[in-house]
Design a protein around this ligand. Sequence first.
Ligand code: GMT
Length: 372
Amino acid sequence: MKIGIVCYPTFGGSGVLATELGKALAQKGHLVHFITYQQPVRLGSFTPNILYHEVQVPTYPLFDYPPYETALASTMVDVIKNNDLDLLHVHYAIPHASAAYMAKQILKKEGKHIPVITTLHGTDITLVGRDKTYAPVVTFSINESDAITAVSENLKAETLSHFHIEKEIEVILNFVDVSRFNRKPIDAFRKVIAPNGERIFLHASNFRKIKRVQDVVQIFAEVNKQVPSKLLFVGDGPERSTAEDLSRELGVCDEIRFVGKQEQMEDILAIADLFLLTSEYESFGLAALEAMAAGVPVVSTNAGGLAEINIPGVTGFMSNVGDVHSMTAQALSILKDDATLQGYKERAAAHAKKYDIHYIVPQYEKLYERFL
Ligand code: GMT
């Protein structure tokens, strides 16, 4: 098949998922065309069967806001026509679903039918999409998609309760390439981070308010009083300075490293002992699944789709949003001795195998086939 994939090219979960999907499809012999404003960060080096089309958004003094959606729709038309694509799969509804609708209508006039599949990822529905500034366009363009998928049962339910959706929403869970995350720790790296054998905590996100990174610092500060430990913060975003300030206030800043956006997550996860995800909402929590795949237990909130992937007492624990005391106690219980921690690590890795790329990608292929 010749498949167009539209996504955000960033470290965000939707971009990561879309890029990994495109890479997997290409490996299976499909021809994949990425249409984004930048090369997706997870794309890596040259891969046969993958083509990349950059969306250029020309500026003009009149434009306070350069019209990205128009440029995207035009690029879609150009790529679909000139490469005779079979279908377009857009990830994250805003503005990808409405740009795809526009491209579809333009091509229809020219006698080309292009099926559009929209995958909903989370904040496009639960946060941004619900805002009345966007909601009518989001509702319309989702309904106009030939197929709609959501990355968890929870996101499907959220979509149905907040938008008037006239079509079936199919749940195709997020996936992870287990073989990629199944790495041995690099001892020298572990020694740099935890020279005295301290436990290593990890949090990775875009540091938006919804992630509640201040809770991560609080939990870590409490655990650190009892268990020698270090915390790695991966990623960057608006709340990073809040986390930095709090870590100084709580006297743990020497135990915390902010390592910024990182491409080699598998190497970082390989040295971690516990992943903290304190979000107010996660449609799925791909970062937590990647952690499990690397054999890292997860202490998280029970918000949204996290309850579908984190199994209490098996892969980690869950608490109500903001309940840092409970999450502290849970982290301590996982770290209480080597054998207990090892048990959680093994079970987390085993559980992640259920979400392996080899099970999930065929579900997308099957969906695509229905439209060919
Ligand atoms: O977590 C974010 O804020 C980034 C966001 C995105 O769209 O890139 O992630 C969403 O999609 C991921 C992939 O499907 C999910 O794993 C995340 O849970 C979801 N984030 C939220 O729902 C907040």
